[in-house]
Design a protein around this ligand. Sequence first.
Ligand code: KMH
Ligand code: ZN
Length: 274
Amino acid sequence: MEKLIITAAISGAEVTKEHNPVVPYTIEECVREASLAYKAGASIIHLHVRKDDGTPTQDKNRFKEVMDAIRVECPDAIIQPSTGGAVGMTNDERLQPTELYPEMATLDCGTLNFGGDEIFENTENTIKYFGQRMIENNIKPELEVFDKSMIDMALRLHKKGFIKSPMHFDFVMGVNGGISGTLRDFVFLRNSIPADATYTVAGVGRFEFPLATAAIIDGGHVRVGLEDNLYISKGVLTKSNGELVEKVVRLAKELGREIATPAEAREILGLKKR
Ligand code: KMH
Ligand code: ZN
């Protein structure tokens, strides 16, 4: 079985220090959280950035500052900026980090309810626009799917040339508005992607570690982090992204799965270090 790629989604755009005081806002805090996750075994850092007061931003200069600072502590980590940003941002605002030519970036594959009155909007034309930009800039998209229909959308746009093979998916499961985090739905998603595709799973909240375990057994990959889950165990806030990654590493060891280094993750995903 392939080695396990662990992604740490260290910050997100929705969670705040009121939810867990270790949610990073400043550059120093982002470096601390990325570095703890990297040292624990994460090879990919999925990144959202904030202003110092915690407001999410897709500002290219802020991304550059944070990414440069993370690279000092985590020289070979794969840094994967979000192009999802935060609900309500415009497409061009969201696409700014692609101007930094990262190896990877997220590509969200559909619209969904995102709690309360929030709608995370990704029309078909938006997905085409983002896909085209990533092809032009030689950026490997991580296809964020919050529901089965989004896999179908990605497959259709792949046929039309907006997404290249081999595709890499992130099953984001358990968002209030998306697919549930049950094992039944995990099997449904993993059986719906092409044979040459890879996937990682991001279980939201209490689904994080059960779905990580399923992916470890299945030969998939795992995403954890404060963006998706604030707790190390029921009712106990995690001390860091590093602690969440350490738990995945322990589960993988128990189940006989080795952890991929960043170089091995690049090999598995077909990335070229920039
Ligand atoms: N913050 C969400 C609205 C992504 O990173 O591409 C979108 C998100 C997905 O987190
Ligand atoms: Zn994200």
